[in-house]
Design a protein around this ligand. Structure first.
Ligand SMILES: [Zn+2]
Length: 370
């Protein structure tokens, strides 16, 4: 991995973030953009961030807009109910049985305050139960609003796997920033948009606002970048996944075909590049929202282990992980998408041409044999 990318990935995966408490990641992206004059950053009224990259002449009719979300399931400190007792709000999809006894930590000033979850309050029953608040025993007082995450080791980038307290969706955010780093460093000609949304884990709140506020230029082809639970046929290490749809819907065929054509081009040029193509129906992703609200949209994701920190085998909270190689290929794919923005026509030209050729070749035989 390029040293600059390793640095960005490590730094982003170290940041604490929860729905409605994405400030650390937002601040990081602000500083990232400030250092790179080729980038222009705007923030909408909902706090979503849109970065535009542009170099070279001419306009692109349908530039790519990559989008990732800034948050991860976690705690927000509400109030101290005793000298060592904290009540914390929980937001995100983690099953109730993982909470009690698990260790968590809050950044307070320049250190961590650690604690243990002692109790939870949930709405609903059985598998449907959704945790809303937790009682936490803490080492020292935690101020209201502090962001709490599971007390897991910091990010480790190995040859095979990247492990971190939150790969969902910080690995997606890091992948987009690495792409921007590459575009700026290599002075690549092209135009691309990079949207970072808030509060996805509680129901795509930032993405919905971005659509309502017209944060994303209407001309863009939206590619939602996610991590998604590993599935049979979409394995960790076999390449980033072109996500043709999710549990709710399938995405815009032409947008999916565009990403596939770009990936096929990479496969031909670069022997280390691989990708997969799959309906990832483990959950619903922001691409479904963009499609529903009128965009041509599709998704690309990294197959993820220990989805939402749930180590299902050991039945305990654990680091999430993705493949190091998949991450590197994700970044290559993003760069190629921005470079190829000009070639998007709204339909799958290659496939259309192939069909016409087949039809022509067999027309005579079809008539002669009827
Ligand atoms: Zn998630």
């Amino acid at each position: 991995m390029h040293a600059n990318h390793r640095k960005v990935l490590t730094e982003v995966l170290s940041l604490p973030t929860v729905p409605f408490g994405e400030h650390a990641v937002i601040e990081y992206i602000r500083r990232f953009c400030k250092r790179r004059p080729a980038l222009s950053l705007t923030e909408d009224q909902a706090g979503n961030m849109l970065v535009r990259y542009r170099r070279g002449r001419g306009t692109i009719r349908h530039p790519v807009c990559l989008t990732a979300h800034l948050d991860h399931p976690g705690f927000t400190a509400e109030r101290m109910t005793g000298a060592r007792n904290l009540r914390a709000r929980w937001r995100g999809g983690v099953r109730r049985e993982y909470f009690v006894g698990s260790r968590i930590r809050f950044p307070v000033g320049d250190r961590w305050v650690r604690g243990v979850v002692k109790s939870v309050r949930a709405r609903g029953r059985g598998k449907e139960a959704r945790v809303e608040t937790a009682g936490v025993t803490v080492g020292s007082p935690v101020p209201k609003g502090a962001v709490g995450m599971w007390d897991l080791p910091g990010p480790r980038i190995g040859d095979r796997l990247v492990r971190a307290p939150a790969c969902d969706d910080l690995a997606g955010v890091a992948g987009m920033l690495c792409c921007l780093e590459h575009l700026c460093r290599q002075r690549v000609a092209g135009e691309g948009y990079f949207l970072f949304t808030r509060a996805e884990e509680v129901g795509f709140i930032g993405a919905l606002a971005a659509c309502r506020l017209r944060t994303i230029p209407a001309k863009c082809i939206v590619v939602a970048v996610e991590t998604s639970s590993e599935l049979p046929g979409a394995r960790i290490g076999n390449g980033p996944v072109l996500r043709v749809g999710d549990r709710t819907s399938v995405y815009t065929p032409a947008a999916t075909a565009f990403c596939r054509t770009v990936a096929d081009g990479l496969v031909r040029r670069d022997r280390s590049f691989a990708y997969q193509r799959k309906l990832m129906d483990g959950g619903t992703c922001e691409a479904a929202v963009y499609c529903e609200l009128g965009f041509q949209a599709t998704g690309i994701c990294l197959a993820l282990g220990n989805y939402h920190n749930m180590d299902v085998k050991r039945r305990r909270i654990a680091s999430e992980y993705v493949s190091t190689g998949d991450f590197e290929n994700l970044e290559k794919w993003f760069v190629a998408l921005v470079k190829s923005g000009r070639s998007y026509t709204g339909h799958d030209r290659g496939f259309h041409a192939r069909l016409r050729k087949l039809e022509k070749e067999h027309a005579k035989l079809l008539r002669a044999t009827r």
